[in-house]
Design a protein around this ligand. Sequence first.
Ligand code: KG4
Ligand code: ZN
Length: 350
Amino acid sequence: MTSAMERERGTPAELILAVETSCDDTCAAVLDGPRILANLISSQHAAHAAFGGVVPEVAARHHLELAAPLVTAALAEAGVGLEEIEAVAVTAGPGLIGALLVGVSTAKAIAAARRLPLIPVDHLQGHVAANFLEPEPLEPPFLCLVASGGHTLLAGVRDHAGYELLGQTLDDAAGEAFDKSARLLGLGFPGGPALQKEAEGGDPEAFEMPVAMARDPGLDFSFSGLKTALVYRCRELGPEGVEERRADLAASFQAAVVGQLVSKLKRALKRGDWEAVALGGGVAANGPLRTAVAALCEERGVRLKLVPLQLCTDNAAMIGSAARHAPRIAYPDYLGYDAFATGEAPLAAA
Ligand code: KG4
Ligand code: ZN
């Protein structure tokens, strides 16, 4: 906990309350400039596990129940009163529209009650901005690989406020491929961690997987072919064969995803004058990916920033971090502001 006096001694900062509800995690955080005072996440994974994936309606209902209590708990943990908060940040999109609407409505209500500014944040910019948080913030320029359940992209980050899109997935996101493949292999939800665990006992070279986009000179990704290849391997093996070779299948699939992510990162490093690399998004929690990227960075003499695992997956601290450098909307102009499911934020909208 940080006292008001300690806060005054730090860099001139602002107390921001941040809310994130773009998918199935309800998140609230309190930031003092780049310092995290509280960062709470209430995961709904158990509610969705029975369905093998996130059910948008179920997610929205849970956010509705959890958002306000989580904000209260975050303020309490930060030792900050609502009357001390100076701005309210919220993920405005992209994401599940029903889930986003709960977060945006919650943030608008809190901000409006105190006539505070509202700062709508792009979720992907949030993943990039996780790198700006203390301790050991990474300053631009750097190359950032963001791989999550909804997105996979390579971002050229030259300032705090945005990024250049260097490449992105043309079909499934890397995390989506992990989740779908894990389901195919009869593993738990979310699939990424479950598949990584299963792969620990497997041989990554046991099954040949297609090298996606091998002849494409660009920096885009594709993961749907890999998923299809896994479907065929499973069909060939039959249920008993899959049972027997599950670890090998998981390891081969994981190696192919990691291989593609790392080869595009390598290509991007060759093309730019980047001195640092950062990983973001839920898939950045993947152990073999972290190891492979670390090896690549060492080979190329580039600094690697790995944010703590709880800042890789969805969280509100990263939204507060992005908010520090994003346009804000004064009261009452944001009362008509809406969340957006896809595309870009209507920044000046009201
Ligand atoms: O960023 P995130 O928490 O939520 C989205 O914005 O999508 O990412 C969640 C994704 C899921 O697809 C999950 O399976 C994947 O990140 N993930 C992992 C691991 N941990 C989470 N994928 C691979 N290995 C992991 N250890
Ligand atoms: Zn995310």
